[in-house]
Design a protein around this ligand. Structure first.
Ligand SMILES: Nc1ncnc2c1ncn2[C@@H]1O[C@H](COP(=O)(O)OP(=O)(O)OP(=O)(O)O)[C@@H](O)[C@H]1O
Ligand SMILES: [Mg+2]
Length: 444
């Protein structure tokens, strides 16, 4: 990373430059704004450290010019101690951070590392975007939020490796989309991508579906058939909903993954395979292991690399972009979403995530009367949600309170004085709340 240090004070300038060089950065140090802009124009600078008070152009002015040249420029402003007004102004101008003199070097280093990480993620996203848009099978993925950018960056970094990837995320968050993207960005992109939806295959057919069978291996096996694993040879095998994989088949799958070979049902001979495994699940597999529904050894085998897709409600800034994206995809005529309708959409928690937004937009398009979508055109559950948010909050707070009281009571063997102490309330309040929640004490 190349850092430009700009300060008219030679002692401060050399101190900062020396420190950063010691940390392994490439540094260019100059004494004023004019020189700084000259370097910035001619070289790829990743980050500029600008002193605010300099003769000639101030740091804030240099910042504004840098942002005009490159809106993605990263800048840290250094201001005099207590100069709140300047701090506010420079942050508005788009500085990444402002630091007060004397500069806290540990803080500076932390901030630089953060910016470095941001730059890497942005670069990964740009590379992925280019690969996807130029590819033979264009995938359209909306990833504007920092959380989704992190996901895309992770996909880029894991796509090349041969290791198994486990994609986790709630229903409709885009697990399948990410699996396809992994394949598309991998060296195997011209080989097959074979999908197995573990939830959709009847248990008695699972083995033959996965491993294939020989003619006569079982009743109904009228001819030899290659299984999905064999079809995925040299490409990617996508085991969707892997949590639904029958327990009795898991050891066989594990063995074939460890040894890179399979044998068809009804056959002794082994077939060597070279496949990249990607699996996905919306279930808590660790919990399934505790319950004895999933094998721990298989779990560790499939999750060498893990990609977790955050639910939509944790990246609401993606909602307006997704709305526009699906409108463009499905609307036959120009439709605009009113400010109020968009507001209602952004506030809705979307338990079904991106798929739910997709369906909501499809329904809205079908039902909208004019060229503008109003809140009344939105699906009922989204419209009604706004009105009921308050009630839901109270319900959830109540449920939480009840949980906490029960757990404190159990922890203290139902001795109310001690439970009240754990909860930080009086015994009388505890008794009142127990009555309210219908909890019957063992000694009452
Ligand atoms: N970031 C995104 N940008 C654009 N479309 C998306 C995005 N995420 C998901 N989608 C779309 O949303 C729908 C659901 O995505 P997908 O089937 O990949 O989800 P999933 O996590 O596999 O869901 P499930 O757990 O129910 O199988 C698809 O039509 C997909 O194209
Ligand atoms: Mg899926």
């Amino acid at each position: 990373m190349k850092i430009l240090v700009v300060d008219d004070d030679p002692i401060q300038r050399e101190m900062l430059a020396g420190f950063l060089v010691n940390q392994g950065y490439r540094v260019i140090a100059v004494a004023n704004g004019e020189e700084a802009l000259d370097v910035f124009q001619k070289q790829a600078v990743h980050l500029s450290l600008l002193d605010h008070h300099m003769p000639g152009a101030t740091g804030g002015e240099v910042l504004a010019k840098m942002k005009a040249i490159n809106p993605l420029a990263h800048v840290i402003l250094i201001t005099a101690y207590g100069d709140v007004q300047t701090a506010v102004t420079v942050l508005k101008l788009g500085a990444d951070e402002f630091l007060e003199k004397p500069v806290d070097l540990a803080l500076l280093l932390n901030k630089i590392r953060e910016i470095e990480r941001e730059i890497t993620v942005e670069e990964d996203v740009a590379v992925v975007k280019e690969a996807v848009e130029d590819g033979p099978l264009p995938l359209r993925i909306i990833a504007g939020s920092p959380a989704m950018k992190e996901v895309i960056s992770l996909v880029r970094r894991t796509a090349d490796s041969p290791w198994p990837v486990l994609i986790l995320g709630e229903t409709g968050t885009g697990k399948e989309l990410i699996a396809r993207l992994l394949h598309l960005l991998s060296p195997r992109k011209d080989q097959p991508f074979i999908e197995v939806n573990c939830a959709a295959i009847p248990e008695n057919l699972f083995e033959s579906e996965l491993f294939g069978h020989e003619k006569g291996a079982f009743t109904g096996a009228v001819s030899r058939r290659r299984g999905r694993m064999e079809l995925a040879d040299r490409g990617t095998l996508f085991l969707d909903e892997i949590g639904e994989m029958p327990l009795n088949l898991q050891p066989k799958l594990l063995r074939s993954l460890q040894e890179n070979k399979i044998s068809r049902v009804g056959s002794e001979s082994e077939i060597h395979l070279d496949l990249r495994l990607v699996s996905a699940s919306n279930r808590d597999i660790k919990h399934m292991i505790d319950e004895g529904q999933f094998r721990e050894d298989l779990y560790y085998r499939i999750k060498v690399l893990e990609i977790e897709i955050p639910p939509l409600r944790e990246r609401r800034e993606d909602i307006p972009v997704l709305v526009a994206f699906f409108l463009e995809r499905y609307a036959h005529k120009a439709l605009r979403v009113s400010h109020e309708a968009l507001d209602t959409l952004i506030k809705y928690p979307f338990p079904g995530n991106v798929r739910e937004i997709e369906h909501a937009i499809q329904r809205t398009i079908t039902l909208a009367r004019g060229s503008v979508v109003h809140p009344s055109d939105l699906p009922g559950e989204i419209r009604r949600h706004e009105a009921t948010t308050e009630g839901k909050l109270i319900e959830r707070l109540n449920a939480m309170e009840r949980e906490m009281i029960l757990s404190a009571l159990e922890q203290k063997d139902w001795v109310q004085t001690q439970a009240a102490e754990v909860l930080g309330i009086s015994e009388r309040v505890l008794r009142y709340k127990m009555k309210k929640h219908g909890i019957i004490g063992e000694d009452s």
